[in-house]
Design a protein around this ligand. Structure first.
Ligand code: DON
Length: 303
């Protein structure tokens, strides 16, 4: 019997529309986002996608880019080299905190800004443009379609990138940043400004669920690297509420400040939600609620 997945997702969207939380305000472009948008999608490892709500709405990927860039840096350099620059310990701090190991100067993990900036600096490529293009085509292969950067969001991000630039210079002074700090922040904010829909995110999550195999069947991420990335997402993907998330929902996940949320069911598929109102940690309020409901209905929890 065919399970009516789309009807189920439509019911989820209809039943979880109550409002709370605020859209991110710290970047001018976010303050203008429509707070009432809501969408959810599920993708199978072979690329079938079921979705409901505002499924055509594009939004910037933001921090959901972090696990994918991390995967590419490990592909480029091997895990040992990447670990010399960024640790894999949950920080318990906010996403923009300067969480560095006091002894080594390494950022605590690659899912917070400090770690993600160090990771971006590791990407190989002849210059800024070449690195940006490599990253964009890597994300695009996982999403199964060509993705593009939202230039307005990127300009908006850059206009407010003072803290991220400070973090990059701090990392440089500690010997944990390869490349020029300004160049790296330019590229890091560009990776955050890639536009996606929930459908794209669900497919990217499904690729992680399939051991790094993209929807078209090509192996984009080595299975060992993929497992490492999923492990870090499980412990660090939801910032300073990662522990609460892992106990309540129990799957590897990553959130972004524009309201996206992606979760991975290893071997079974990827789930994505989008709703721009955020809680105090910077995670989507209705996105979290939708994952919690799905967990109640279907037992997503891996433990
Ligand atoms: O680094 C920043 O400020 C953003 N471009 C990305 C932050 C983000 O998505 C944090 N999420 N909750």
């Amino acid at each position: 019997m065919e399970i009516p997945i789309t009807e189920y997702l439509e019911q989820l969207v209809a039943a979880n529309r109550e409002d709370s939380g605020e859209t991110a305000q710290y970047i001018p472009e976010f303050a203008q986002a429509d707070p009432d948008r809501l969408a959810v999608a599920f993708a199978t490892p072979d690329g079938r996608v079921y979705c409901a709500g505002d499924v055509e709405t594009e939004f910037s990927i933001q921090s959901i880019s972090k696990p994918f860039t991390y995967a590419l840096a490990i592909i480029d350099h091997g895990l040992a080299h990447v670990l010399e620059h960024v640790d894999v310990e949950p920080s318990g701090d906010a996403f923009n905190e300067i969480s560095l190991d006091p002894e080594t100067g390494r950022p605590m993990n690659p899912m917070i800004n400090a770690g993600a900036i160090a990771v971006h600096g590791l990407l190989t490529g002849a210059d800024r443009e070449a690195r940006d293009e490599r990253l964009l085509s890597f994300y695009s292969r996982l999403a199964g379609r060509r993705l593009e950067v939202d230039e307005k969001v990127h300009a908006s991000e850059l206009s407010e990138a003072h803290r991220n630039t400070a973090i990059a210079y701090m990392l440089k002074s500690l010997g944990k940043l390869e490349g020029d700090p300004v160049d790296v922040v330019h590229g890091y904010t560009r990776q955050c400004s890639v536009n996606v829909t929930v459908r794209d995110l669900a497919r990217m999550a499904a690729a992680l669920s399939a051991g790094g195999r993209a929807p078209d069947g090509t192996q984009v991420i080595d299975p060992g690297v993929n497992r490492h990335v999923l492990s870090v997402m499980a412990t660090c993907g939801m910032y300073d509420s990662s522990g609460e998330w892992l106990t309540r929902v129990g799957i590897p996940a990553k959130s972004g400040v524009s309201g996206g949320l992606l979760g991975v069911l290893p071997g079974q598929g990827g789930i994505a939600a989008f709703s721009p109102r955020l809680d105090a940690h910077g995670n989507s309020v209705r996105g979290i609620r939708i994952f919690e409901r799905m967990n109640q209905h279907m037992g997503l929890h891996l433990m």
